[in-house]
Design a protein around this ligand. Sequence first.
Ligand code: NAP
Length: 311
Amino acid sequence: MTNTNWTAGKIPSQAGRRVLITGGNSGIGFHAALELARHGAEVILPARSEAKAADAIKRIRAEVPGAILTPAILDLASLASVRNFAAFFSERFPGSSLDLLINNAGVMALPTRELTVDGFERQFATNYLGPFALTALLFAHLKPQPGTRVVTVASSAANFGRIVFDNLQAERVYKPMWGAYSQSKLADLIFALELQRRLTAAGSPILSTAAHPGYAVTNLQANLAGFVMRFLSAALAPILSQDAAHGALPTLFAAVAPQATGGGYYGPGGFQELKGPPGPATIPAAAKDITLAKRLWSETEHLTGVAWLPR
Ligand SMILES: NC(=O)c1ccc[n+]([C@@H]2O[C@H](COP(=O)([O-])OP(=O)(O)OC[C@H]3O[C@@H](n4cnc5c(N)ncnc54)[C@H](OP(=O)(O)O)[C@@H]3O)[C@@H](O)[C@H]2O)c1
């Protein structure tokens, strides 16, 4: 793919399409939701609280007055919350009802190791286990037709990630950014690629794509600790980063661009994939390891208690 001039203006009409995006109340997810609503999609916006979902809806309606938006509650760091949200979705939108699922929500570089209510390390749970379970539980609602996609938001940090099966929950060693976060984001990318292989094997028309936003200034950097990270964030951001609206473009490209392909990974096309218009992103070698992907999938089914095979 050589197109590097893709903008939100190139989003095809989304009229009649239903989209679910996690983390749509902030940063990249908010801008992705806004653009999809602007192009006619009905958008379901689960957030961690009613107030956050309502606030996002208010801000989108301020720009898109006629937008069809549904608030909901979802905490991806709790498997019970994921199950509750899936039950809400099934009741509210029964049958084949979903065109696009964007697994965007995430947390980064929590300074100290935190455990979720399920006993998982918080970044691995929020960024990977929760989205895996959510996708599995909603899979039957994805329309089995061309145009239906599951988008998973990874990160360049995946390039530095390693899946360490005896330290998945950082039980032995906890490194906030280059350990737990990068592992969770590599897991996201592995998941997106393995999901596409399973969809292809099942003859499904549904596509699984992945994206990363490069470096976009959002609330994500709030937890950065340590001099080096703070320096990089504050001093280099004006040169190397882009705003959240531009950071959302690779996600939007992966979600709706006709040029995006199943198993495709998209990120900013500029220097070191940090900023710039969307283009193909570099897939780290570990994300292409099929044996690793199968082992991680099976381990994830075990951890989440959600077993599934795409139809
Ligand atoms: N910004 C970047 O440069 C960058 C680079 C690489 C990858 N990414 C990825 O891009 C995605 C979006 O990040 P962002 O930069 O837009 O950050 P953000 O502004 O902090 O947004 C993150 C979103 O995820 C939500 N979230 C966090 N924990 C959650 C949980 N337990 N359950 C449900 N939702 C939860 C947040 O909700 P609250 O408002 O309740 O916290 C928020 O809506 C993430 O997956 C991130 O890893 C970002």
